[in-house]
Design a protein around this ligand. Structure first.
Ligand SMILES: O=C(O)CCC(=O)C(=O)O
Length: 289
């Protein structure tokens, strides 16, 4: 089945149900939750792709990983370079959709693209993907620290629960309404982070949060639920209270094609991903260990 056919086959009423109230709530609160957005069958395809990625150690498997998070063995490299035991530690697997057509088909499906198109007020351009099997415990941050869109605020991220998520597994945490805090400007005048200036940022954000009376919340969804956050939502990975628990989830980030026409690759009619040559590569990435 082609990508296009897959996308059509998945047309759902849910996308059409994204009305003005959803839009208003998204812009007021900085997020939306769409329950049971993906079916068990669709999620089984993601699980299958993950299992295949871990099983395939061939040199042609160019998936990359941030492995052994929170341990002295932390590394960013090709998946094929890490021992198979890395799967039982915290990790982030990058861009699974470049490797598996069914995962790509799901992310390019009509139902998801319609929702994202409305939130972006444009054509979605998927520019990365992250798969987790454990909580990330990533500190609170704005995604625009690392990937600021050309147009302020014109970026969304989806967080899809691949299983029921337990509150002790280190769920996604976020501050509702933090999207309304004016973005912190670093010394270069922009909003991408300068590491040495993070203490000043921390002071700024702590003051803003306190003055606005914002309180963090955790997202402990059921399998198939999807959380969508605004470019400027302050969020991170919660603490893992029970390390035996998994937290299987997939995150994808989207800009608008209209902002990046020259970097968009059309993978099916009207469906776009960022060209791989334009993708961000961490300066600490090691192709060979
Ligand atoms: O899922 C998580 O734990 C955090 C994900 C996140 O913060 C991100 O992808 O920007």
């Amino acid at each position: 089945m082609s990508l296009l056919t897959l996308g059509r086959a998945r047309k759902s009423k849910q996308a059409d149900a994204l009305d003005d109230r959803h839009l208003q709530s998204f812009h007021e609160n900085g997020y939306l939750v769409l329950p049971k957005f993906f079916s068990d069958d669709e999620l089984a395809q993601v699980q299958h792709a993950m299992d295949r990625a871990w099983a395939d150690t061939s040199i042609y498997n160019n998936l990359t990983i941030s492995a052994y998070t929170g341990t002295p063995r932390y590394t960013e490299t090709y998946l094929r370079n890490v021992d198979r035991d890395a799967r039982s530690y915290q990790y982030k697997l990058n861009h699974l959709y470049l490797y598996d057509a069914r995962v790509l088909g799901l992310l390019m499906s009509d139902k998801l693209q319609k929702v994202l198109g409305r939130l972006l007020n444009g054509t979605p351009l998927m520019f990365n993907g992250l798969n987790f099997e454990k909580g990330s415990e990533q500190r609170f941050h704005f995604d625009t620290f690392y990937m600021p869109p050309k147009t302020y605020g014109r970026m969304v991220a989806t967080w899809i629960a691949l299983e029921d998520i337990h509150p002790d597994s280190g769920p996604l945490n976020y501050y509702p309404k933090s999207n309304r805090i004016p973005a912190y400007r670093f010394s270069h005048g922009g909003i991408s982070a300068v590491q040495s200036e993070m203490p000043a940022f921390d002071q700024y954000i702590d003051r803003e949060i306190a003055e606005r009376g914002l309180k963090p919340e955790g997202f402990s969804p059921k399998k198939g639920d999807m959380f969508i956050w605004h470019a400027q939502l302050y969020h991170g990975g919660g603490k893992i209270n029970n390390r035996a628990l998994t937290r299987k989830s997939m995150v994808n980030h989207f800009w608008a094609v209209e902002d990046y026409k020259e970097k968009a690759l059309e993978v099916a009619p009207d469906r776009f991903i960022l060209r791989t040559r334009d993708m961000f590569v961490s300066p600490t990435f090691k192709p060979v260990l």
